[in-house]
Design a protein around this ligand. Sequence first.
Ligand code: ATP
Ligand SMILES: O=C(O)C[C@@H](O)[C@H](O)C(=O)CO
Length: 324
Amino acid sequence: MSKKFDLIAIGRAAVDLNAVEYNRPLEETKTFAKFVGGSPANIAIGSAKLGQKVGFIGKVSDDQLGHYVTQYMSEVGIDTSQMAKDEDGHKIGLTFTEIISPEESDILMYRNEAADLYLSTDDVSKDYLAQARMLVISGTGLAQSPSREAILKALLLAKELGVEVIFELDYRPYTWQNAEETSLYYQLVAQKADVIIGTRDEFDVLENQQGNTDEQTIATLFQYDANLIVIKSGVQGSNAYTKAGDKYHFGIFKTKVLKSFGAGDSFAAGFLYAYSHQLDIETALKYGSAAASIVISQLSSSEAMPNLAQLTEFIQKAETQEVH
Ligand SMILES: Nc1ncnc2c1ncn2[C@@H]1O[C@H](COP(=O)(O)OP(=O)(O)OP(=O)(O)O)[C@@H](O)[C@H]1O
Ligand SMILES: O=C(O)C[C@@H](O)[C@H](O)C(=O)CO
């Protein structure tokens, strides 16, 4: 039976304020461009623009910025019926981005008491989740209660309903109290997830240990529910490992990089599109890499997400150029 949603993402929907005068420190930036942000929202937007049927569970501020975020996500085709409004005055998260050079970007996140961290178990509907093929969980939502419990409820409901759980590690240091706490909650989710996506550094955070190899990491995680683990490595590309013992690698599509952030969210959207359409894993890595390459060449993360025609045309052109 086909489901209403290919995926439901849960977690933060926020606002990016990206430096317009870039290639300089934030202190010297006078103008910022407003975009929807928040890793789960970016992944949802990227997935919707690729033609996926997308739902979202989140909480935004009850003000113009919360309305802007919800309206934009709805306009790109995301079901926002489960986007709650914070009624206690909590403000939406803000991310200021500093683009010092194409190689060096930094993000300054204002997340104290952010509305998305006040997502509660009351905002998570079993009937809504039952309509999805996949649930995409981003790690940052585990950083603080009641968002933490809301996400754990969604995780357990997804397992009960047979909804595939995608865990995008999305580690952001803000709001977490200490490394041990982070590792504890990341491990709880990773042990029940079907697919885990993260960078090597993020897997180190999950393990609360530096220096483990990918082989050590997957040997531990494949003891649990995961059947696919993707480890991203920036300009070295990405590796995917299956529980069956297969390993896949894909490099990058070279591009004129404007900023490095946004690569992970766009990679996830491209990868999950191919994965959910049963394309082979190497093609999924390729789709993720292509989406990332497109997004890091532009100022925003969300608005730069490609549609399917743009993504496939980009890949075709890149592969044609490589041939000649
Ligand atoms: N400079 C680059 N040029 C082309 N592709 C890139 C570049 N950097 C990253 N990518 C692509 O994006 C993917 C994800 O990037 P990365 O490994 O930096 O993840 P991330 O840290 O989650 O990203 P983000 O910076 O958005 O948090 C890489 O696996 C690669 O395919
Ligand atoms: O995830 C965030 O809250 C920040 C993002 O919106 C921002 O676009 C970014 O850093 C993506 O990697």
